[in-house]
Design a protein around this ligand. Structure first.
Ligand SMILES: [Zn+2]
Length: 158
């Protein structure tokens, strides 16, 4: 780790500003990755952005590779990428990936939900005045909130 890990924004010679936390998407129709800027290093034309590939849309399949990639800042602001400025679009896309597939009820009010994203979401059914559906919705809401926080690079609000 060097002091450059603490840079939170870099401006290019063209005047574009790249900030930690921003999302960039490939400007193409397929194999579209969404990159979250986690760190910046270097200056001028040597500036690099440490990014995590938080989403990848390839032939209709969306995955969350969560691998790192380190493009130059110049490439990030080039026509190869689009800055994702509308978080709502991003968030709506994340939410759409989490649908209840099966619900398994265990002992002691435990409940295990298979989510369409592949995760097994564990929770507990609420008190008697909370319906079964209400309980599962609450468990899923917490899971989706975590996923949105992860995808947008923000801490959870819970
Ligand atoms: Zn899920």
């Amino acid at each position: 780790m060097t002091s450059s890990d603490h840079i939170t924004s870099v401006s290019t010679t063209r005047g574009d500003i790249v900030r930690v936390g921003q999302l960039y998407r490939d400007r193409r129709l397929d194999n579209v990755r969404t990159l979250r800027v986690d760190g910046l290093s270097g200056v001028g034309k040597y500036a690099k952005a440490s990014c995590t590939v938080i989403r990848q849309n390839y032939r209709g399949e969306t995955t969350h590779p969560m691998r790192t990639t380190t493009p130059s800042v110049a490439r990030l602001v080039s026509s190869a990428f689009v800055l994702v400025t509308d978080d709502r679009e991003q968030i709506a896309g994340v939410i759409a990936e989490h649908v209840v597939e099966t619900i398994t009820q265990g002992e002691d009010r435990a409940v295990l939900i298979d989510c369409s994203c592949g995760a097994e979401v564990a929770g507990t059914l609420g008190a008697d005045d909370e319906s079964f559906i209400g309980s599962t919705q609450r468990v899923m809401a917490a899971h989706i909130a975590d996923m949105v926080a992860e995808a947008t690079g923000r801490d959870g609000t819970r």
